[in-house]
Every structure is written in structure tokens, then in C-alpha cells.
Design a binder for this molecule. Sequence first.
Ligand SMILES: *Cc1c(COP(=O)(O)O)cnc(C)c1O
Length: 391
Amino acid sequence: MKAEEFHLNTKAVHGKSETTKKSGPVVTPIFQTSTFQVPDIEEQSLVRQGDRFYTRYGNPTHTAAEETIAAMEGAEAALLFASGMTAITTSIIAVIKSGDHIVAQRELYGGAFNFLSRWMPRFGVETTFVEATNPDQFAQAIRPNTRLIYIESPTNPTLKIVDIERVVEIARQHGIPTFIDNTFATPINQRPIELGVDVVIHSGTKYLAGHSDLICGVVLGSRRFIADLRETRITFGGIMDPHASWLLLRGLKTLGLRVERHNQNALQVAQFLEQHPRVKRVYYPFLESHSQYALAKKQMTGGGGVLSFEIDGTAQDARRFIESLKLFALAPSLGSVESLSTIPAITSHARLSPEERASAGITDQLVRLAVGIEQVEDLITDVQQALNRAA
Ligand SMILES: *Cc1c(COP(=O)(O)O)cnc(C)c1O
């Protein structure tokens, strides 16, 4: 059996390591070193292209994590970054120059939206923002100088779904590459490379690492793109620490198990909320009531761990609810084993005007839950008692 024939869950545990018997550590060691020595100058010129020259260029612990994630996403190659944001900014900069144009959806991770709307214009790059759920708007926004289509699905916090195949089709008609932020879905629930996406980006801080104990990013794509991106990363310098990359490798081994549990738990919490009289509406891609349920089912194999809902009440009720939760920590982020909760209007989307928030469906009563892997009955009991207190 060849390594590429293994199931994703097997690749997560074994990475690219040979299945032949050998002597050595079972777990990839942490190469906690900034630099590497060689016996002579001739060898030094050889190692520069590899992962044993200087850690900003590469590191064997990074390589192991990169190869594992690439195998799981079905990508030719991967590159690690110090954060999801560095992964996003460095990969956009790698393909864009002054005078170019980008098409992106309006509902993007806040940092990505800021980069495109506030920073890129300083360097002569304009972005047209379109409605995530309307592929025609992507097509209409394309100009002769459009060099990139940038998407994210499901979106935060209202879990809208982008029709990935349709957007890729439009992009290909114009010879434009598509980038996707696949953080919310993970390769367990959504495999964009198989849908024709060129570049996949993750905040590895979330599900990939999975334990709220490190910050990292990863970019996946063709061998050629990743080789160029590596040069860009060497210049911009957003590289993660080898110890963090070892923690990421450990997290990856259980990604399949964890995401399966996140999927089950979030669906059950969403179903509980949907029938609760104090809840106005629930956003979760795998609820039949989701406006894009059919599309979600078509391009995803699980609904993920994040859901949001509107309390039938006031902003004060939403605050009282979230402060009454015992198991869901009041903290930003998502994708880790423990459950977390936020009110997007006063955290991730606080910088938007009330009108902008309203048009995005982000009301003061909207609560986002990142459902963890705890026993689901305990989570539902917690949500129930908090709803009672909010009443
Ligand atoms: C958290 C997040 C990011 C940013 O990642 P960091 O690791 O915090 O830099 C980007 N995109 C999405 C969808 C995220 O959830």
C-alpha cells in the first residue's frame, strides 16, 4: 500500500513517514535550533534549499508538519507560518503587485478584511468585495487586472456557504487563481483542492493544533507556488517556532477524532437551540433550516464546530446568557477541545458600524458558540441553564 492511498486519518498519524521498519524515535523530534552546521562549504551551498540551513528557511520539525498537512489536504506541498494572519498576508503578497485587482467576499475573517481593505490600497491594489453566497457577483466583479479570487467558507459568524466549485469555475474561465481560508471546515469536513481551489490557507491555531496552546498558520498549494512562497516567507520572516510546530504535529494526529466529535456536538447543540422558545434563529450549516443546507451537504462532510444564534430578547439578555455559561469560556477563537463563546457585535465585529453589522446579520443578540469535545449532554445542560438565567 502506498502512503498516498491511506485514509486521511492514517496520514494524520503517520505523516509522510515510511512504513518500512527502521530504528529511531517514533515521534518526530523537536529540532529546537535556529541554525545548522555543515562540515564544509560545498555542503553549505547544498543545504540552503532544504530544511537544515537556518530555521527561517526551514526546519525538519516544520517539514514533518508540512508534509502531514499536505497529505491530509491532498496538496502537493505546504508551508508553515507564525500565525494564520501571516499565512494570509504573505501568500497574497506573493502573487500581487501594484495595479492588480482582487475579488473577495464581503464576509471575511476580520484581519483578512482589514488587510485587503486598508493595507493593500496603500500599495495600489484594489479589492472588490461581493456577496459570499452569490457566485454571479464574483463573475461581475472580475476586471482585466484581477489577479486573485479570495474566499472563506463557512463564514464567521453567520456560517454562510460559498459555492466553491462554481467560484472556481468562474475563476478558471478567466485564468485567475482561487485562494480559500479553510480554517472553519478543516480538511476533515471540506477538501477544496479536490474542488479545484489553487491555494488553501489555515489558521492552524484553531482546529489543526486544536488545544488553544499555540498560534500558527499554514498554506497549501502546488509545489511551484509553495517554492515561491517559501522565498517570500524568507523575506517577510513570519516563521513559527519548532516547538510550536511539534505541538501542531501532535494535534494533527487526533484531528479526525476531534472534528468528528465537534461535528456531532455542534449539531446537537444547534438542534437543541432551534427548538428552544428563547431562541429566535440558529445558524449552522448542517441544520435543515439553513438556507444553503443542500450546498453545505454537497461540499462538506460535516457541519463543523461553530454555530451562532440569536436570543429572542435584548442585547442585555445575550450578555446575561454568555456570562451565565459555565462550560463555555468567554473567549475569542475556536477549534479547540474546550467550548468557547463570544458576542460578535462586541468582539470580532466591534469595528463595524451598527448599520454594517445589521446588513451582515450581526445583531446585538447574536451569540457565537465554538462547541468543544466535552460530553454533549453537559454542554446542552449548560446552555439550557444559561438561557433560563437570560430570561
Ligand atoms: C483565527 C482565524 C484567522 C487568523 O489566524 P491567527 O492564527 O489568529 O493569525 C484567519 N482566518 C480564520 C477563519 C480564523 O478563524
